[in-house]
Write a protein that binds this ligand. Sequence first.
Ligand code: HEC
Length: 114
Amino acid sequence: MWLILTLACGAKTDSDSGADAIATDVDSNPCDVHWDGWANGFFSTYCRSCHSSTSEQRHDAPMGVDFDTQADIEMWLERIEVRVLDEETMPLGGGIPEIDLERFATWMDCQENP
Ligand code: HEC
């Protein structure tokens, strides 16, 4: 409804400025999915049982390969991309639903090309 009102207003005024306003108002940038809003939860759900400095059972995940913070992720970005998206060999045992994998691929793209 809000969008329709915006469109209606845009049509009434100068069409150039109306189009600009709509483009910036609509939240359509896939890179608006951020760490707190989504990625932190992804790593918590799929990785931190093994890859966390506070994990009690790492299942042989190498020491220091932890995904607790955004800085950790930045450090491991390339390997995470290879293991999760290219080879699909992490998480150990698999199990990420397709929809989460797709969203993760988008999030990773945004980290590499902000
Ligand atoms: C059940 C435990 C477990 C889970 C869950 C898990 N891993 Fe791992 N991970 C391991 C083990 C064991 C290794 C070392 C053996 C290997 O590299 O295959 C490892 C190694 C890694 C490495 C370092 C090796 C390399 O290729 O550079 C990365 C990066 C990695 N995992 C990413 C992830 C990501 C990202 C997730 C979540 C999407 C995840 N893992 C979930 C157990 C796990």
